[in-house]
Design a protein around this ligand. Structure first.
Ligand code: ADP
Ligand code: MG
Length: 648
């Protein structure tokens, strides 16, 4: 060659200092250095003399505190992290003393990492990785993990990785430091060979024998260049660059690689991933279960409410439920009912009496609840006629000794197959004929008892002999406000009785109370569920933060060999989203399984899974993943590669 080409590395007046607490350390002072393409340079010096600091600046892993650095004619002294990463990825190849391979990946996987960040299509980069490893004599170790390789083999894998994107300038910081002499010699031979093929090689060593192989030796002491054997004109080397072009969907393929890496990391740390997931599983399962339980019981209550029938106002003697003197108040009488029936707000008036007696049929004997009612009672309370007929208005007027029984009563007094219709039941001394069997269409409130219904007139005159009513139920006519009707009823009865010896109650208020209660319940358990979700999310964040700390070295390696901040963020974010999503799916499955089981085992449990709650659970687990994964992911991406790499 007639003239020396332009230096590829040109350093002027570079100083690097660190502030550690109140002290300032300056491992590099006013260094000037030029390195030309195709050179093989050895940097020697004592430990702590500043060799690594210089290498890190040359490799764009670090930035000088002051001074100029031109790489291939371009000022690169103060580049942004992602631009630095691009340079490292495209132009440099790094070989570290401790190999710095990723433990979760096999040899091919490690070698292809720089090409992943360069967006090279998968099949091209895998082929290239295999070719490189084969060239370096590792064809039988392609799918071995670093832990299954010897030191020399690991270092050759890292050489292949350095060459993956071309490795125009190879920076090797004490590459033989951890190798035995045989592997050392092989590695030096390999580096010389690469140099002959045109790679510029800069290596740091404190071994003079290793340095002796280089064409040029630079000695550093105390942050300054002590001696430089100088540039010897070399045959200009062809610039090395792989022919592969980034794929057209490079960004997309990098994302899918990030997904792949997240999966690998999760599989490699199954227990940790599962424990992280557990928080989300519990959170999501409780949200879904609680919502399903809440909706289920609300539905059940609503059904019960609708079985209460049309809007009614019930008048009872006494001043409220539970008053002991209520059954001694004898002022609620049939004539009150007649008076109420005349009012225009009353569509129907049903006087009722209740009593109990011992019923007998043949040898069977049991205490039954005797309900004296009117004929439209069954309609208003949604009873289904199972057999026979109901009594009519005439039966009420003529005090017929006809009785309707429920299914439990039928089963108590009659054997299977015996028709109860037409049979006579003795209530105390009074014989009554059974004319019908009914079944309640909704769940009933209160204690279950055997029920017998008869015209209230019959009960009053023949069975209990009491001259007063237990209650009067007024059905409110359409177009009348329940509250207004209730006030008018109270006024009417007050004028008739002179004192308030009765109380009224309307089914609206029962309805409202019941639905308000279930809503409050649902809200309450919902809040508890959301809290458990948040706790699960914070758990995810903690584990992710720990995982970032634990994997500082891996992150350092990735950044050093060319990962952008975004690549690191997406890898960690995808990992936490995946953990949360899988946790979410497992949580939903668990909720569904246990809810269905509970509903099958117990009649009183009603579960109603809504698509909405499942979709919401799904979305919230994703959101938790993103929210709580973001901070750890960002702190991972902001790690200083030099600091991260030196972490043990
Ligand atoms: P070596 O020649 O052994 O590679 P280094 O370049 O690693 O030496 O370090 C040179 C000096 O700079 C050492 O005294 C070291 O303690 C100091 N040093 C290197 N990196 C840092 C840092 N990040 N913070 C503080 N001091 C540092
Ligand atoms: Mg060093």
């Amino acid at each position: 060659m007639d003239s020396a080409p332009r230096p590829i590395i040109s350093i002027r007046n570079i100083t690097r200092s660190f502030t550690a607490g109140s002290e300032t350390v300056t491992p590099l002072r006013d260094v000037d250095l030029d390195i030309w393409p195709g050179e093989m340079v050895a940097i020697i010096g004592q430990s702590g003399s500043g060799k690594s600091t210089l290498m890190n600046i040359m490799g764009c892993l670090d930035r000088p505190t002051s001074g100029d650095y031109h790489f291939d004619g371009r000022d690169v002294s103060q580049l942004e992290p992602d631009t630095q990463a691009e340079l490292r990825r495209e132009r440099f190849g790094f070989i570290f003393q401790r190999y710095q391979l990723l433990g979760d990946l096999d040899a091919v996987g490690n070698v292809e990492v720089p090409a992943i960040y360069a967006g090279i299509p998968r099949d091209i980069r895998r082929k290239r990785a295999r070719d490189l490893l084969t060239r370096l004599g590792l064809e039988s170790r392609l799918d071995h993990k670093p832990s299954e390789l010897s030191g020399g083999q690991q270092q050759r894998v890292s050489v292949a990785r350095a060459l993956m994107n071309g490795g125009e300038v190879i920076l090797a910081d004490e590459p033989t430091g951890a190798l035995d002499s045989k592997s050392s010699a092989e590695l030096i031979e390999l580096l010389l060979d690469l140099n002959r093929q045109g790679h510029t090689i800069i290596m740091v060593t404190h071994d003079p024998k290793v340095a002796a192989h280089a064409h040029r030796t630079i000695e550093i002491s105390d942050g300054k260049i002590l001696s430089d054997s100088g540039y010897k004109s070399l045959a200009a080397a062809p610039r090395q660059s792989p022919d592969a072009k980034p794929s057209r969907f490079a960004a997309l393929s990098r994302l899918s690689e990030a997904l792949n890496m997240a999966l690998i990391a999760m599989m490699a740390h199954r227990i940790r991933s599962f424990l992280t997931m557990l928080g989300i599983i519990i959170g999501i399962a409780s949200v879904v279960l609680v919502v399903a339980l809440g909706t289920g019981s609300q539905q059940k209550v609503l059904e019960n409410i609708s079985s209460l029938g049309t809007n009614t106002i019930t008048i009872r003697a006494g001043s409220g439920f539970g008053r002991r003197d209520a059954d001694r108040i004898e002022t609620l009488v049939p004539s009150d009912a007649d008076a109420l029936a005349l009012a225009d707000y009353a569509k129907g008036v049903s006087p009722a009496v209740s009593s109990s007696a011992t019923a007998r049929h043949g040898s069977a004997e049991a205490t039954v609840q005797i309900n004296g009612v009117v004929n439209d009672y069954f309609d208003a309370h949604s009873y289904l006629t199972v057999a026979g007929t109901l009594f009519d208005a005439d039966d009420v007027a003529t005090r017929t000794q006809a009785a309707i029984i429920d299914e439990d009563t039928r089963d108590t007094f009659f054997d299977d197959g015996v028709d109860p219709l037409g049979q006579v039941l003795h209530l105390g001394q009074v014989p009554v004929r059974i004319i019908g069997v009914v079944r309640s269409s909704g769940a009933s409130f209160g204690p279950e008892s055997l029920n017998v219904w008869m015209p209230y007139t019959t009960v009053m005159s023949r069975v209990s002999g009491q001259g007063y009513l237990s209650s009067i139920e007024v059905q409110v006519a359409n177009g009348f406000e329940t509250d207004a009707a209730q006030a008018q009823i109270s006024a009417l009865l007050l004028s008739r009785h002179g004192v308030t010896d009765f109380f009224t109650q309307n089914s609206d208020s029962i309805r409202e109370t019941l639905s308000a209660t279930t809503q409050t319940m649902t809200l309450l358990v919902g809040v508890i569920a959301v809290i458990s979700l948040a706790v699960g999310g914070i758990g995810v964040m903690n584990i992710m933060l720990v995982s970032v700390t634990e994997r500082t070295k891996e992150i350092g390696v990735r950044i050093a060999i060319g990962a952008r901040r975004m690549d690191i963020v997406s890898q960690f974010l995808i990992e936490s989203v995946l953990v949360c999503l899988i946790g979410g799916v497992l949580g939903i499955a668990f909720a569904w399984g246990s809810g269905t089981l509970a509903a099958t085992l117990s009649d009183s449990v009603r579960i109603s899974f809504s698509t909405l709650s499942i979709v919401a659970a799904f979305l919230s687990s994703t959101l938790i993943g993103i929210t709580f994964g973001f901070l750890p992911a960002r702190s991972a991406a902001r790690l200083d590669p030099v600091v991260a790499l030196s972490r043990e």
